[in-house]
Design a binder for this molecule. Sequence first.
Ligand code: PMP
Length: 430
Amino acid sequence: MPRAMADRSEREFDRARTVIPGGVNSPVRAMQAIGRNPIFIKSGSGAEIEDIDGNTYVDYVCSWGPLIAGHAHPEVIESVTAAAADGTSFGAPTEAETDLAEEIVQRVPAAEMVRMVNSGTEAAMSALRLARGATGRDKVLKFAGAYHGHVDALLAQAGSGLATAAVPASPGVTEGQAADTVIVPWNSEEQVEEAVAEHGAELAAIVAEPIPANMGVVPPNKGFLELLRELSTSCGALLVFDEVITGFRVARGGAQELYDVTPDLVVLGKVIGGGVPAAAYAGRSDLMCQLAPEGDVYQAGTLSGNPLAVAAGLATLKLLDEGAYEQLGRYTDRLAQGLAAAALSAGVPVYVASSTGLLTVFFSSQPVHDYEGASSCRLENFAEFCRALQDRGIYAPPSQFEAWFPSLAHGEKELERTLEAAEHAFEAVA
Ligand code: PMP
């Protein structure tokens, strides 16, 4: 099947490249990993997006996670519109900010108090500062292939766009910043125990995505999160779960609820802003009260708790009751099973990993448990698969190291369209 018409997207990409580095405002949008130029989007509704050439796609990027209710959900749009009509920003407290904080405290086990910020990066950076301030220690333990935003100290062996572009770390990160980061392979009990034995007394935090989704989706082995909890407590480091992706997605209270392991601090983003920029960090009151103006760990933000973002977040969370997670879980399971079956019948060895609302098709014959496993996938096969899906109207994340994000707007029709396209796409790879 020929590639969908892309004349206008190509022209717009040429125009964008002259004034925006690489033509995009975030690297993975560039689609370099699948050898394509980006598709410029005009609009979205429910599970579907339309590009500026008039092609439509079932969208599994969904803005990389925030749109758990789908595009332009009427209740979200109504709330944001009403908030905008009352003024877009005040730089003073509003009642809705407390409503959102209460909703988060009610849902997320670790959250006794919440501070709103504007992006996941800012939330991770701020949580790290708080962990360092509270413990008086400098070092941080993170996992290879985990991504916590483009925070200097956490960029080493990070997943997401860095994994996609095979960048081990970034120029511009000082040696001092990198020296404070200890990196361990995900799911390796032995190596995390060794690292804590060696550096435990200097560790401010163990930072983990409880279900990593930036090296593709790589759930924790049984007992691994419990081990992280035990080790953090025993060495006096804080356990920080980065639930920017998993928060409000894999369960009402995030992965910490699903696995019943409570961290000291939690980093939240994406769904919390319902598609408008917002993020937060939250945790034990005695820690959160060390933030200014209550305490002396400084962090601030002109647009933090922005009325539009808070309105979108509250409207989105209102849609996320237990029934919503059952629905999303069922869709994810059927999608995962359907994709695995399509690959099998085409004779393409893949490993499909999933959790409610998250999925990755690894082009690997082996189960993937860590970054090394994800990095050994057949990336050319992945690229071909992804291009073939695109040509049949399925917009999947254009990187082996990212998750698919099904939403509540994905139903029978989308499942059928996706699996039919996938059969052809796997045949193209075989
Ligand atoms: N943490 C995780 C787990 C993420 O997946 C991301 C972004 N995908 C971030 C932090 C950074 O969030 P943002 O892009 O909003 O800065």
